[in-house]
Design a protein around this ligand. Structure first.
Ligand code: ASP
Length: 301
């Protein structure tokens, strides 16, 4: 296994499946996370240059469950505010004996940092619009929990795909498996990268896209990543692209509905979020199990 988890492409298909299976060991029969004192000699730092609730907190909970020390690096009160570079910042943590850095950054800096600081293990917790590998792992685990396998499934991903690192890492991961189909849907101006995709197809009409789907992943509009203010009539947008109970009727009856969070209720209605088909809250819990597996594997070298 690679030393760092920078991208899903760092993992083979077998390594993806092994991490997902391994993560199941961290959940007991009652659905609680096991607490193991496996890495009391290790220190993990959460270094987030962009907002996060689920990813950051689940890494923190996972680290605590494994007995590691976990540092919450606060960018806003750090010397980054005095102009210190990302390299010097992480190098300082490295010199203090931090073993593993969980990094979220709006720019593509992680590869260079990993090369410059070979003693530190790096886990990518979100790289701009580019990638979010642990999200892809927890998404694949959630699908396997419900569908037993990733093979033979009809998967739909809908929303603001151009800005979605969740989509890009999921596509990288899922391309290892013989799925039946992968359909991208959403406003054409938010799906420019997916109109002629390497795998799968683009279907702008969401009702068409949803036909017989087994898995539907919805994504919010990432307003913070648009260069210009988005001039969008929300009601028109919702009519075409919001996952509603009516639109969902086109999918299979046992289709699962996913969303990485945070949910804005523009891309999905509250009724669908709360429906029996929704596994969105299970994705949050699976985030802890997957991150326990990832930290264990990558702290073990
Ligand atoms: N939480 C996910 C991410 O960090 C999705 C989102 O923000 O919409 O990419």
């Amino acid at each position: 296994m690679a030393k760092n988890l920078l991208s899903i492409n760092d993992l083979t298909k077998q390594e993806i499946l092994d991490l997902i299976n391994f993560s199941n060991n961290f959940i007991d029969e009652e659905g609680n996370f096991r607490k193991e004192d496996l890495f009391s000699d290790k220190t993990v730092a959460n270094v987030f240059f962009e907002p996060s609730t689920r990813t950051k907190m689940s890494f923190a909970v996972a680290a605590r469950n494994l007995g590691c020390g976990i540092l919450d690096f606060n960018v806003d009160s750090s010397s980054v505010q005095k102009g210190e570079s990302i390299f010097e910042t992480i190098d300082a943590l490295n010199l203090m004996g931090v073993d593993l850095c969980v990094l979220r950054h709006p720019e593509s800096v992680i590869q260079e940092l990993a090369e410059a600081l070979p003693k530190m293990v790096f886990i990518n917790a979100g790289e701009g619009s580019i990638s979010h590998p642990t999200q892809a792992l927890l998404d694949m685990k959630t699908i396997i929990d419900h569908k037993n396998s990733l093979d033979g499934l009809k998967i739909v991903i809908a929303g603001d795909l151009d800005h979605s690192r969740v989509t890009s890492s999921f596509v990288e991961g899922i391309s290892n498996f013989p799925i039946e189909s992968l359909t991208f849907s959403g406003h054409p101006e938010m799906c420019t990268k997916y109109q002629n995709p390497k795998i799968g197809k683009y279907e702008p009409d969401m009702v068409q896209a949803l036909q017989d789907a087994d898995v539907v992943m919805t994504l919010r509009i990432q307003h913070e990543r648009f260069e210009e203010e988005l001039n969008l009539d929300l009601e028109t947008y919702k009519n075409s692209y919001q996952l509603s109970s009516e639109k969902l009727e086109n999918a299979k009856g046992d289709a699962i509905i996913m969303h990485p969070g945070p949910v804005n209720y523009v891309e999905i209605t509250e009724a669908v979020y709360d429906s029996e088909n929704s596994v969105i809250r299970q994705q949050i819990a699976n985030g802890v199990a997957i991150r326990m597996a990832v930290l264990s594997r990558f702290l073990s070298g």
